[in-house]
Design a protein around this ligand. Structure first.
Ligand SMILES: [Zn+2]
Length: 169
């Protein structure tokens, strides 16, 4: 590459001498200056060239929604504001709702749009109150399960005894 620059420099300076815009005694200085200018231009070109290549090879990363949901806050990927949860009202300001927001940022449908601690607290409340256990069908199912367990219990005990015997032997 420097060979080409050197040749270009020589040609440029020679052209100036031939055009009589440059006295031959100034040739040495002109050569140095021209070469330096070309080197600077080349460096610039290389810099821009490498930037262009890097852009081609690594396209801008898609926004990772996982980073937007942290322990204490959820960051709105539309406006960057950090909240405890992304309310329907807030998303509406961006012309979105929970569904379109998730679609836009490829967030799974099961992902709550809230800070992890908010989600955890909500789940804890649900777990503690166990609303489904108050449902008659659940209670009935539990009773049936207990009856079934009582029915198979003797078999289980036999199996256990066998297991203990084998363990001793
Ligand atoms: Zn927002």
């Amino acid at each position: 590459m420097s060979q080409t620059l050197l040749e270009m420099t020589k040609d440029l300076v020679m052209a100036q001498i031939q055009a009589k815009t440059l006295p031959p005694e100034d040739m040495h200085q002109a050569l140095q200056q021209t070469y330096a200018s070309l080197q600077a231009l080349k460096a610039q070109e290389d810099a821009y060239g490498s930037v262009a290549v890097a852009t081609l090879e690594t396209p801008p990363k898609p926004i990772d929604w996982r980073k937007s949901v942290t322990k204490h806050v959820v960051t709105c990927l539309e406006c960057g504001v950090s909240l405890k949860q992304l309310s329907v009202r807030h998303l509406k300001e961006h012309g979105l709702d929970g569904r379109s927001y998730r679609e836009k940022y490829r967030i799974p449908r099961t992902q709550p749009l809230a800070a992890k601690e908010v989600t955890a607290k909500r789940q804890e409340i649900v777990q503690r109150s166990r609303p489904w256990e108050k449902a008659p069908t659940f209670v009935k199912a539990q009773e049936e399960k207990k009856r079934e367990e009582a029915a198979v219990a003797p078999k289980k005990r036999t199996a256990q005894r066998k297991g203990t015997a084998r363990a001793k032997a």
